[in-house]
Design a protein around this ligand. Structure first.
Ligand SMILES: Nc1ncnc2c1ncn2[C@@H]1O[C@H](COP(=O)(O)OP(=O)(O)OP(=O)(O)O)[C@@H](O)[C@H]1O
Ligand SMILES: Nc1ccn([C@H]2C[C@H](O)[C@@H](COP(=O)(O)O)O2)c(=O)n1
Length: 232
């Protein structure tokens, strides 16, 4: 019998709620998580730390192939921390600057190729929830359940604003909206693995949905493709 891997892919633009829904789905199913954006974010930071310009395509790709990167779970808060060359990058990896750097290294075809195997290695039994831009189109094209999560740019900027406010960080709504639109444009128009819904993906626009409503819709859809996913 052919072994069908238990994978749910969750792709979508920045701030659409992928990370939030990925964590909730993984918790519910007791599955593993791939936060593929973290790999691109760490690579962007690594390039900056090594003084490599994003335009030095071959050197950035070389860095992607050889990056000394592990992920470690923090025992105290349960958060996943990227450890690059022995340094914990957790305080830097979620910043808007790291997101913009990630989006720039992510346009390089050789970088994407170099990160493919690392991403596929995250698959482990009993299953994987994979969050990114090309999880359903390129990295796990055979995943049985593919989700494309989106929301209006204005709504995503407002969510990001509230997220930062709750952390006590001052943010400017106009700058956040501009940053989100710039990242959308780059991620959707790049020539390699652009952000598009995978064929057969269930598209959820969360602009007017609560997190709990999105979670319900995602689990319902995934259960149709994998009938033994949840107990009745
Ligand atoms: N349906 C929703 N309603 C209200 N707020 C939401 C909803 N979904 C997510 N959020 C909030 O929006 C913010 C961004 O969500 P999240 O970080 O999960 O997005 P993301 O798609 O993973 O972003 P990125 O691609 O930049 O990592 C978080 O504060 C989250 O709590
Ligand atoms: N599968 C992926 C994941 C991420 N990227 C790039 C494009 C994003 O703008 C950037 C940061 O991702 P985030 O952490 O915000 O999800 O990384 C990509 O091209 N492909």
């Amino acid at each position: 019998m052919v072994d069908i891997k238990k994978i749910i892919t969750i792709d979508g633009p920045s701030g659409s709620g992928k990370g939030t829904i990925t964590q909730l789905v993984a918790q519910k199913l007791n599955w593993h998580i791939l936060d593929s954006g973290a790999l691109y974010r760490v690579l962007g930071l690594a390039a900056q730390r090594h003084g490599i310009a994003f335009s030095e395509v071959a050197t950035v790709a070389e860095l992607a192939r050889n990056m000394d990167l592990q992920f470690r779970i923090n025992d105290e808060n349960g958060e996943v921390e990227p450890i690059l060359e022995g340094e914990n990058l957790a305080p830097f990896v979620r910043t808007d600057e790291a997101g913009q750097a990630a989006s720039q290294v992510a346009v390089i075809a050789e970088v994407r190729e170099a990160l493919l195997a690392r991403q596929r290695d995250f698959y482990q039994s009993p299953g994987l929830v994979a969050d990114g831009r090309d999880m359903g189109t390129i990295v796990f094209p055979d995943a049985p359940a593919k989700i494309f999560l989106t929301a209006s740019a204005e709504c995503r900027a407002e969510r990001r604003f509230n997220q930062l406010k709750n952390k006590g960080v001052n943010a400017n709504m106009r700058a956040l909206l501009d940053s989100i639109k710039a990242r959308d444009e780059r991620d959707q128009t790049r020539s390699v693995a652009p952000l598009v819904p995978a064929e057969g993906a269930f598209v959820v626009d969360s602009s007017n949905l609560t997190i709990s409503e999105v979670l319900t819709q995602v689990l319902e859809f995934a259960s149709k493709s994998m009938p033994d996913l949840l107990p009745n």
